[in-house]
Design a binder for this molecule. Structure first.
Ligand SMILES: Nc1nc2c(ncn2[C@@H]2O[C@H](COP(=O)(O)OP(=O)(O)OP(=O)(O)O)[C@@H](O)[C@H]2O)c(=O)[nH]1
Ligand SMILES: [Mg+2]
Length: 164
């Protein structure tokens, strides 16, 4: 079975942990303090087994990181050694300081592949979503290189990927 390690990155409260939970069914926020405060403090983990179109079995191992600027050391501990990063940006807030910081960290650590995920699309109209998409594309120009696709989903009600 092939293993792929998938990390998250992005500003606090932009929906990284909710995305991992929607994709895997596992809440990566395992600490009591994380559940009480509603934020990620330390890195969390979840798995998803998939079958590739070729029939090959895949195990995605997710490493969910905190977005709070004070926990950037834990973010650094989680993001090293990943194969792919999910660059999470909330559509109602767009690009914020830790969006850019995490993009920079991914670039400095030579993360080769990234998928941009616009979360919270249920909170914005179509025009706003388009503006945010452009702002994120501009920020991404300094982010991980290699193949990437943009998507957006409404994780509060289950993952609804819309590839674009
Ligand atoms: N309306 C709506 N709310 C969402 C969506 N995704 C996440 N949320 C909510 O946004 C809040 C923050 O989500 P989290 O997944 O904890 O955010 P996070 O990026 O992991 O936050 P940190 O780990 O602390 O940086 C939670 O209350 C989620 O339920 C979405 O697509 N739509
Ligand atoms: Mg989180």
């Amino acid at each position: 079975m092939k293993a792929v390690i998938v990390g998250t990155a992005g500003h606090i409260d932009h929906g990284k942990s909710a995305l991992v939970r929607a994709l895997t069914g596992t809440d990566p926020d395992r600490l009591e303090e994380e559940k009480r405060r509603g934020i990620t403090i330390d890195i969390g983990f979840a798995n998803l087994d998939l079958t590739a179109p070729s029939g090959e079995k895949l195990r995605l191992g997710f490493v969910d990181v905190p977005g709070h600027e004070r926990f950037v050391r834990n973010m650094l501990a989680g993001i090293g050694g990943i194969d792919l990063v999910l660059l999470v940006v909330a559509a109602d807030e767009s690009v914020k300081p830790q969006t850019l910081e995490h993009f920079d960290i991914c670039r400095l650590l030579s993360v080769q592949r990234g998928i941009t995920v616009l979360t919270k699309r249920d909170l914005v109209d179509a025009d706003t979503l388009e503006v945010v998409r452009m702002e994120v594309a501009s920020a991404r120009s300094a982010g991980p290189r290699g193949s990437s696709r943009a998507s957006h989903c409404r994780t509060a009600h289950g993952a609804e990927p819309g590839w674009g």
